[in-house]
Ligand binder design. Structure first.
Ligand SMILES: *Cc1c(COP(=O)(O)O)cnc(C)c1O
Length: 412
């Protein structure tokens, strides 16, 4: 990674970037929402496009000099529509949360009702958490998951009939089963609601055809570009043609000013990468690795919420070990594994402490980890949990995780 200029002008920041690179190279990244982009994506996002103001849409800008920006943004829109099979794409949202905010703005007035998955059951902040704009300005009813770690569609239907929401949201930040978008659309139609499918987490799997696509069913599809899709940090909204204008107006001038055209270029590069046969292989390996990790953990006597995963992530349920998510996420960091604490269904601990840890495989799969490596990762995790007070034991586990990192080098 070339840091020649920043080293000259700002050695303090340059040093931290170098240390962060080393951290990424030497730790096993199991945070389910993270990934490692290609150098091509990074070059685009670090390009001269960062200099350009381009408020508005391609060919309808408020600034001059957008002829190249227009080409790039149109290519990005076209690639998003083709990859996900939707009519229209707005590629300007700065993040996934802002993509969702724009859909709220395009479809509802403040105070209108939304039905979405509860945050503590795997939903996302921007789907109606009371501390987020979505919960502050809208009337939110939420559904959860049952003891098998699955959405109870009959319960969703009952709630939809009772509460008559304007918008139903499906898609989650922590859900390890296949989402039945068709069933959600049937429920939405029954109560006259619009359907938003937020595929932020599973976008890479959907792009590869390894998770059913929401395209035939959802009025709106939002996604992040930086999770399993492996692009730059950002968001995209896709919709049916009839909602195109409302969505574009909600993004600009509704919520955002100038779009980040350097990031839009990087999104275009990532979308092209995601359309290649190699990406299909990558996405298939993400799922194989997640299944190998889940199996390995269960073989070590640990519980997974809902049992075997069907996608890229799982939640380790620590209740029977007597340990908490907060403590064990810290212990994993000691042995060189990064993951986040997460609530489990009916968690006896607070959301700050929790009884679970969320684990995902997109990032390690990018590095080239295969099933046998995931079995070793499962052994390291189990070892760390069972021997969390044994300093020498943890040191030995750290050696083992470093060996795996050296076996699959990153950005070298
Ligand atoms: C990550 C995520 C988002 C938000 O993405 P940000 O870019 O962090 O704003 C939205 N929805 C879901 C389901 C997510 O998992």
């Amino acid at each position: 990674m070339n840091l020649e200029h920043i080293k000259q002008t700002d050695p303090v920041v340059a040093e931290q970037i170098e240390l962060e690179l080393k951290r990424q190279q030497e730790t096993i990244e199991l945070i389910a929402s993270e990934n490692c982009t290609s150098l091509a994506v990074m070059e685009a996002s670090g390009s001269v496009l960062t200099n350009k103001y381009a408020e508005g849409k391609p060919h309808k800008r408020y600034y001059n000099g957008c002829e190249h920006i227009d080409v790039i943004e149109e290519i990005c829109q076209k690639r998003a529509c083709e990859l996900f099979g939707m009519d229209h794409a707005n590629v300007q949202p700065h993040s996934g949360a802002q993509a969702n905010m724009a859909v709220f703005m395009a479809t509802m007035k403040p105070g209108d009702r939304v039905l979405s998955m509860d945050l503590s059951n795997g939903g996302h902040l921007s789907h109606g958490s009371p501390v987020n704009f979505s919960g502050l300005y809208f009337d939110v009813k939420s559904y959860g998951i049952n003891e098998y770690g699955e959405i109870d569609y009959d319960d969703v239907r009952k709630m939809a009939i009772e509460h008559k929401p304007k918008l139903i949201i499906c898609g989650a930040s922590n859900y390890s089963k296949i989402i039945d978008f068709k069933r959600f659309r049937e429920i939405a139609d029954e109560v006259g609601a619009l359907l938003l499918a937020d595929i932020a987490h599973i976008a890479g799997l959907v792009a590869a055809g390894l998770h059913p696509s929401p395209a035939p069913y959802a009025h709106f599809v939002t996604t992040t570009t930086h999770k399993s899709l492996r692009g730059p940090r950002g968001g995209i909204i896709m919709c049916k043609e009839e909602f195109a204008q409302a969505i574009d107006k909600a993004v600009f001038p509704g919520m955002q000013g100038g779009p980040l055209e350097h990031i839009i270029a990087a999104k275009a590069v990532a979308l092209l990468e995601a359309s290649k046969p190699e990406f299909k292989e990558y996405a298939a390996q993400i799922i194989k690795n997640a299944k190998a990790l889940a199996q390995g953990l269960m073989d070590e006597g640990l519980d997974i919420v809902g049992g075997m995963t069907e996608n890229h992530l799982m939640t380790l349920d620590l209740r029977k070990t007597g340990k908490t998510g907060k403590d064990m996420a810290n212990v994993l960091e000691v042995v060189g594994i990064t993951a986040n604490k997460n609530t489990v269904p009916n968690d006896p601990q607070s959301p700050f402490v929790t009884s679970g840890i969320r684990l995902g495989t997109p990032a390690v799969t990018t590095r080239g980890f295969k099933e046998e490596d995931m079995t070793e990762v499962a052994k390291i995790i189990a070892g760390a949990i069972y021997a969390s007070d044994n300093e020498q034991g943890l040191k030995n586990l750290r050696e083992r995780s470093l060996k795996l990192c050296q076996k699959h080098p990153l950005y070298t």
